[in-house]
Design a protein around this ligand. Structure first.
Ligand code: UN1
Length: 505
């Protein structure tokens, strides 16, 4: 029997205004995991009002006192690692080591944010004038809307919320409608930590609730991680209001470059991880492999062999490499991109769009199953399949001839700029790639997934305008004041500017 869960607004669990509910489904089985009250505009309004009301008091606490609440959450995340990791896997379909890593990444972010509360904060800045002290102070901006995706249903909410709360902002959070159960458990942790009423609010639901949140005048900052389509809409809307700011992290059409100087063991390993981990459903997943002609044939045969055989199946089984896709609509999307690639006349090398019945574990016939789809295409052809983000295990081999400049040209030939990696033993190639790729996250001799929380995370171009994670989120959720104070009884100005007041007398 699945339970019906409430929202958490102004310190209380509430069904909210609507009688409408929605269900969370296990993507591997379609089993119902829970029923959730669907947030309405009125619920968003109540949550924002509560967050606005709670802000003055919350900001008056010291950063260290605010961080104490997060340390409690940190301990609960660690104590419930196994349980919550399994819930992540059951609700979003990632295989179990990924489900657990999601929880680990969450407590790393909480540790970073709460630990940062005791670190020096701000800069002491010199002045030309000896009697002046100058330093930088930060102020919280106020009510922060956090809108998070289903693919990292525990980690990404803490990328958004941990720093935001420590810096003295209040939060209204709308998790993805596909993973409300993870949202519920995180809210329970905040309640267990005793977070003051109104400081943290959970509204469950769909895009209409998210839109109402972005729209509310009292929301000062919007942190969004998700699709480029929604993110760009948010950016446009928010830019029309001078009081608001949005930090958005969106998708990519990421690539791994494999040069003629690559160690092919590393290349094949990194490419399989980059393309198929999380069933290709990371915003940093790779859908393009840019391979030098001298190593192309060997790379291709080794990569294809693994793509033919990687284990797709029950994500709770430790032997599984790829779980299901998140939902039937997404299965349709990935399938249609595989068809589109065929229509665009690429050379298909592996097509596991429809898995064999024997590959699907018993009791999982209804899951959203898909296997790898691998093809080769000409990097000079203007194709939709090699330029649009699919968000699935759909990957193109792009053969190039020439030097690293040519490989980087192909890498940069995309509207996106999130993550990428280069496989090479030649330091000149590595450094050229590092300095000339249009990317927020770049790796050498590694997969292009798996960033750690203490690094900046985010992209350039169509992939993002701000960094709703790690250190950079501080910039998004605070305003700086450059504070200058005079210790002298005289006023002395910098730049040789005269401080004399002359009169006509
Ligand atoms: C995402 O791809 O949506 O770097 C987030 C990584 C993870 C986060 C990915 N730490 O792969």
């Amino acid at each position: 029997m699945s339970r019906t869960y409430k929202q958490y607004i102004n310190g209380s669990w509430t069904a909210g205004e609507s009688t409408e509910t929605f269900e969370s489904e296990n993507p591997a089985t379609h089993e119902t995991l829970g029923t959730f009250h669907r947030g309405t505009e009125a619920d968003v309004e109540a949550a924002v009002a509560a967050a606005d009301e709670a802000f003055e008091e919350w900001r008056s606490y010291s950063r260290i006192d605010r961080a104490e609440y997060l340390w409690d959450v940190y301990h609960e995340l660690r104590d419930r690692h196994e349980e919550l990791g399994e819930i992540v896997t059951r609700e979003c379909g990632k295989e179990i080591s990924e489900g657990k890593a999601d929880v680990t990444e969450a407590w790393h972010m909480v540790e970073w944010a709460a630990g940062d509360a005791r670190h020096p904060n701000g800069d002491v800045v010199p002045s030309e004038v000896a009697a002046k002290d100058a330093y930088m102070r930060r102020k919280p901006r106020g009510v922060t809307a956090c809108i998070t995706p289903w693919n990292f249903p525990v980690a990404i909410p803490f990328w958004h919320m941990a720093v935001t709360l420590v810096e003295g902002n209040t939060v209204v959070w709308k998790p993805a409608e596909q993973t409300p159960w993870c949202g519920q458990i995180i809210a329970e942790m905040m309640v267990d930590a005793g977070i003051p009423d109104g400081v943290f609010n959970l509204v469950q639901g769909y895009g209409d609730a998210g839109a109402a949140l972005v729209d509310d005048d009292r929301v000062r900052t919007v942190l969004f991680t998700g699709s480029a389509e929604v993110g760009h809409e948010i950016q446009q809307q928010v830019s029309a209001d001078p009081h608001k700011r949005a930090a958005c992290e969106m998708g990519g059409k990421n690539a791994v470059v494999i040069t003629e100087n690559a160690d092919l063991d590393i290349a094949v390993h990194a490419a399989v991880m980059s393309s198929f981990k999380t069933t290709g459903q990371r915003c940093v997943s790779s859908e393009r492999l840019i391979v030098h002609t001298n190593v192309y044939d060997e790379f291709k045969s080794r990569f294809v062999e693994l793509a033919e055989s990687v284990a797709v199946g029950d994500p709770l089984d430790e032997e599984t490499f790829m779980g299901p896709l998140i939902e039937p609509e997404h299965l349709d999307k990935v399938t249609s991109y595989n068809e589109l690639a065929r229509d665009e006349d690429v050379n298909v090398l592996v097509d596991r769009t429809e898995l064999d019945a024997s590959e699907i574990p018993d009791g999982h016939e209804d899951g959203n199953w898909v296997g790898p789809f691998v093809y080769e295409a000409d990097p000079d052809d203007d194709l939709r399949c090699t330029s649009e983000e699919v968000f699935g295990p759909h990957v193109a081999l792009l053969e190039y001839d020439g030097d690293i400049e040519r490989a980087v040209e192909i890498q940069n030939d995309t509207e996106y700029g999130l993550a990428g990696s280069i496989i090479s033993e030649d330091y000149r190639e590595l450094n050229y790639y590092r300095d000339h790729t249009e990317l927020g996250l770049a790796y050498a001799n590694l997969p292009c997934i798996g960033a750690e929380v203490q690094l900046p995370f985010g992209g350039v171009k169509k992939s993002g305008n701000g960094y709703p994670s790690a250190r950079e989120v501080i910039e998004a959720v605070t305003d700086r004041t450059a504070w200058t104070m005079n210790n002298s009884k005289e006023i002395e100005m910098a730049q040789g500017l005269s401080a004399d007041i002359t009169t006509s007398e």
